[in-house]
Design a protein around this ligand. Structure first.
Ligand code: C2E
Ligand code: MG
Ligand code: MG
Length: 708
C-alpha cells in the first residue's frame, strides 16, 4: 500500500483538512502507523524516533510484529487480524523494541481499514505508556509487599467504617488462626456483636464511643469468644485515617492475642493476694474485701461479720509430727472451712495457724451456726498422709456494729473474742463484746507486769500448815505463792497463775517457789524440833509437768537446800493428770525415781475415771474443799468424803482434807478415817517469818486452833 503516496496526493476538496491532520499527526507525541494487509509498516509518524529511537525510514517496510515482544505478539496479531466488530477495537497494550534494545510499553488503538480501497490497511495510534506501566507495577509490588507484611504479622489487621455499627472493609486472614473465623465471616457478622465477653462489653463500647467522639486513638483490651469457645484476650489499637475511597475516614487498627500475658498477669495477681499453701485469700485481700463489704453495708445496712479462728496447740503438732504434716493439716483445715461456707463468704489464712472468714449479707443466726459447724468439722479427725491428727480450734466472732467501723477494727475485735474463747478453755467460740477490750488490755498489761515481777523478784511464798488431825501437830506446810504487786498489793495466785501459764512464764515462777520452799523447809527442819516427818508441799502446774527440765529443776532444788527428797511433796491437780497420759506418766515416774512424793490436788473435781490412780505413782489424795464444806451436816453429807477416804485406804494412799474451817469438820474427818488436813480453822497461809514464829512455838508442842 502506497499510503505515503496516497496521503501526499493532492485532493483539492480536502486539502486544508488533510494538511492540518497531517500536521497534527506529525507533531503528536503518539505514533501514528499504518500496516498493510500483511502487517508490513507502510507509514509511521516521525514521533517513532522519539519513542522507539528509529527514524521512520528504518521501520517502513518492515513487518510490524518484528518490533513486538514475543510474549505479546500473538495476542496482538490475533486482535488486529480478528478485529472485525467494534468491541474488539479496544486499545491494547504491548511491548515494543526500542532501537537501544530496551522494551517500551505502547498502548495501541486501531481502525481496520483493510476493506477501504483508499487505505487497504490498519491504521493505528500508539501511545507510550512505559512510565505509567512502571508506576503501576511499582504500586502493585508495593501493595503485594505490604499485604504480605500485614498477613505475616502475628496480629489481625483491619479496616472498618467508623460508625457505631461499622462495616468491616478489610480484615487480615490471621483472624482465622487466632479466632477461628474466616475473614468473610468477620466481614459479614463483625466481631463485637456476637463474640465480645459480656463482662467487657459495656466498658469496651464506652471506650470506643469516646475515642470516636474525641478522635483520639482507640486502645483497649477485652475478651472475644473464639470459634472453639475459648475466650481470647485481645489488645486492640486503632486510629482514624483519611481514606481516598468511598468513606471519608476509616478506622484502621490491629488486634493482638494477649491471652498468655493476661493469664500470667492473673497468676501474678492471684499470687499476690492468696496464701500459696492453702490457696485461700491472704491478709491484704481479706482486708480489701472486708473494707469493700463495710462500704456496701453502709449503703445497704447488711450484716457483715468476721470469724477469727486459731488452731489449738498447732505448735505441738508441728513440733512433734514435723512441718510437712503441719502443712498438710493447714491445707486440710482450709478445705474444711471452705466446705462450710457460701460462695459469697471469703476464707483467708492470715498466717501460721490463723484463719479468718468474712461473712457478707448473712443473718446473725446463720453466721453463728456456720461458726459452730466449722468448729465441729475441724474437731473430726484428719487423716493425713503419715498420721491421723485430732485438733480443735478456738474462734472469735465479731459483727460490724457501728457505721464507721473499719475492717481492721472488725478483725481485731474477732481476734479479741478468739482470745477469750482460748482462755475459756479452747475448742469453742466467743462473740465479741465491747467489755472484752478493756479486759484484754488489762490482761496484756498484767502479762508485761508479770515479766517485770519475775525480773525484780516481786513474789513471796506463804505457807499453809498441814495438821495431824488427831494430835493437832504441824506435820508439814504447803507453799502458796503470792505476788507483791507494786500498786495492787498482795495478789493471790488465782489472779495471775493462769496468765503466767498461758504466756509461758509459770515455769520460772514455779522454779523459784520450789527453790524457796525447799530452802525454807530444810532451814526449819534444822533449827526446830519438828520430827523427821515434817515435809513441804509445792504445787506444780500442767505447763511445768510438760517441760523436760522439770526433773533437773526438782533435783537441783533438793541438792541446793539439802532437803531429803521424800520430804518434798509435789501437788498436781486431777485434770492435769488426765491430759496426755503417756508423757505425764513418764514425768511422774521420773519424779518418783528422785524419791519425791506425789499428791493429787483438789481430788474429786476432775470428773474423770479413777484408773490413773493405779497406773501413776501417787502417794496422797488431797480431798477438795467442796467435799469438806458440807461434812459437818452428818453422815449423809459426808458420804462422798467417806468414799474418797475409803478409796485412798484401799489403794494405800494418804488422804488429806483441804479447807477445814470448823471444829465439827475435824471430828467428822476423824470419824471417817482421814488423818491429816489443812484449813483456816487452824490458820490462814502465813508469810515465812510468821510461819517460823509458829513453828518455834509449836516446836515439840501440841498446838490448837488459837495458837496465833
Ligand atoms: P491449792 O493448791 O488447792 O491451795 C489451797 C488453796 O485453798 C489456797 O488458796 C488456800 O489459801 C486456800 N485455803 C486453804 N484452807 C482454806 C479454807 O479453810 N477455806 C478456804 N476458803 N480456802 C482455804 P490460794 O493460796 O489462793 O491458792 C489457790 C491455788 O493456786 C492453789 O490451790 C494452787 O492450785 C494454786 N497455787 C498456789 N501457789 C502455787 C504455786 O506456787 N504454783 C502453782 N502452780 N500453783 C499455785
Ligand atoms: Mg495445792
Ligand atoms: Mg487444792
Amino acid at each position: 500500500m502506497e499510503f505515503t503516496k496516497d496521503v501526499s496526493r493532492p485532493d483539492p476538496g480536502n486539502h486544508a483538512l488533510e494538511s492540518s491532520a497531517a500536521a497534527l499527526i506529525e507533531s503528536s507525541a503518539a505514533i501514528a502507523c499504518i500496516f498493510d494487509a500483511r502487517g508490513k509498516i507502510t507509514y509511521v509518524s516521525p514521533s517513532v524516533e522519539r519513542v522507539l529511537g528509529y527514524a521512520p525510514e528504518e521501520v517502513i517496510g518492515r513487518p510490524g510484529l518484528e518490533l513486538v515482544h514475543s510474549e505479546d505478539a500473538r495476542a496482538l496479531s490475533r486482535r488486529v487480524t480478528g478485529a472485525t466488530d467494534e468491541s474488539d477495537s479496544r486499545p491494547m497494550e504491548f511491548r515494543a523494541l526500542h532501537k537501544d534494545g530496551s522494551w517500551r510499553w505502547l498502548e495501541m488503538s486501531f481502525v481496520d481499514l483493510r476493506a477501504d480501497p483508499s487505505v487497504e490497511g490498519v491504521v493505528s495510534v500508539h501511545r507510550d505508556i512505559t512510565e505509567h506501566k512502571r508506576t503501576q507495577q511499582q504500586l502493585q509490588e508495593a501493595e503485594t509487599m505490604y499485604r504480605h507484611l500485614v498477613e505475616i504479622l502475628p496480629a489481625i489487621v483491619y479496616t472498618v467504617v467508623p460508625t457505631e455499627d461499622g462495616a468491616w472493609l478489610y480484615v487480615s486472614p490471621q483472624v482465622e488462626a487466632i479466632l477461628g473465623y474466616t475473614p468473610e465471616e468477620v466481614k459479614r457478622d463483625g466481631l463485637w456483636n456476637n463474640y465480645l465477653h459480656p463482662e467487657d462489653r459495656s466498658r469496651v463500647l464506652e471506650e470506643e464511643a469516646l475515642s470516636r467522639q474525641s478522635g483520639e486513638p482507640f486502645r483497649s483490651e477485652y475478651r472475644l469468644l473464639a470459634h472453639d469457645k475459648r475466650f481470647v484476650w485481645m489488645r486492640d489499637e486503632a486510629t482514624l485515617v483519611r481514606s481516598g475511597g468511598e468513606h471519608e475516614t476509616v478506622l484502621q487498627g490491629f488486634m493482638v492475642d494477649v491471652t498468655e500475658r493476661k493469664c500470667l498477669e492473673e497468676q501474678l495477681v492471684h499470687q499476690a493476694f492468696h496464701d500459696p499453701l492453702t490457696n485461700l485469700a491472704n491478709r491484704p485481700l481479706f482486708a480489701d474485701r472486708a473494707q469493700h463489704a463495710l462500704k456496701l453495708r453502709r449503703a445497704e445496712d447488711a450484716v457483715v461479720a468476721v470469724l477469727f479462728l486459731d488452731l489449738d496447740n498447732f505448735k505441738a503438732i508441728n513440733d512433734s509430727l514435723g512441718h510437712r504434716t503441719g502443712d498438710q493439716l493447714l491445707v486440710a483445715v482450709g478445705e474444711r472451712i471452705t466446705d462450710c461456707l457460701r460462695a459469697a463468704d471469703t476464707a483467708a489464712r492470715l498466717g501460721g495457724d490463723e484463719f479468718a472468714i468474712l461473712f457478707e449479707n448473712a443473718s446473725d443466726d446463720s453466721v453463728v451456726s456456720v461458726a459452730q459447724r466449722i468448729l465441729q468439722e475441724l474437731a473430726r479427725p484428719f487423716e493425713l498422709v503419715a498420721s491421723r491428727v485430732f485438733i480443735t480450734a478456738s474462734a472469735g466472732l465479731a459483727f460490724c456494729s457501728s457505721v464507721s467501723e473499719e475492717s481492721d477494727d472488725l478483725l481485731r475485735n474477732a481476734d479479741v473474742a478468739m482470745y477469750r474463747a482460748k482462755s475459756e478453755g479452747k475448742g469453742r467460740y466467743a462473740i465479741f463484746e465491747e467489755s472484752m477490750h478493756s479486759q484484754l488490755l488489762d490482761r496484756l498489761r498484767l502479762e508485761s507486769e508479770l515479766r517485770i515481777a519475775i525480773d525484780e523478784g516481786q513474789f513471796v511464798v506463804h505457807y499453809h500448815p498441814l495438821m495431824d488431825l488427831a494430835s493437832g501437830a504441824i506435820c508439814g506446810a504447803e507453799a502458796l505463792v503470792r505476788w507483791q504487786h507494786p500498786h495492787q498489793g498482795l495478789l493471790p495466785p488465782g489472779d495471775f497463775i493462769h496468765i503466767a501459764e498461758e504466756c509461758g512464764l509459770i515455769h520460772l515462777i514455779g522454779k523459784w517457789v520450789l527453790d524457796e520452799a525447799c530452802r525454807a523447809a530444810q532451814k526449819w527442819r534444822s533449827i526446830f524440833d519438828l520430827g523427821d516427818e515434817f515435809s513441804i508441799s509445792v504445787n506444780l502446774s500442767a505447763r511445768q509437768l510438760q517441760r523436760s527440765d522439770l526433773i533437773q529443776h526438782v533435783s537441783g532444788a533438793l541438792q541446793e537446800s539439802g532437803l531429803p527428797a521424800h520430804r518434798l511433796t509435789l501437788e498436781i491437780t486431777e485434770s492435769v493428770l488426765m491430759r496426755d497420759t503417756e508423757a505425764t506418766s513418764k514425768q511422774l515416774h521420773g519424779l518418783r525415781e528422785l524419791g519425791v512424793k506425789l499428791a493429787v490436788d483438789d481430788f474429786g473435781t476432775g470428773y474423770s475415771s479413777l484408773g490413773y490412780l493405779q497406773s501413776f505413782p501417787i502417794d496422797t489424795l488431797k480431798i477438795d474443799r467442796s467435799f469438806i464444806a458440807g461434812i459437818s451436816g452428818g453422815p449423809e453429807d459426808s458420804a462422798l468424803a467417806r468414799a474418797i477416804v475409803k478409796l485412798g485406804r484401799s489403794l494405800n494412799l494418804e488422804t488429806v482434807a483441804e479447807g477445814i474451817e470448823m471444829a465439827e469438820q475435824v471430828s467428822e474427818l476423824e470419824v471417817i478415817g482421814c488423818t491429816m488436813g489443812q484449813g483456816f480453822f487452824y490458820t490462814e497461809p502465813l508469810e515465812e517469818t510468821k510461819m517460823e514464829a509458829l513453828l518455834k512455838r509449836a516446836s515439840g508442842e501440841v498446838i490448837s486452833s488459837d495458837f496465833q
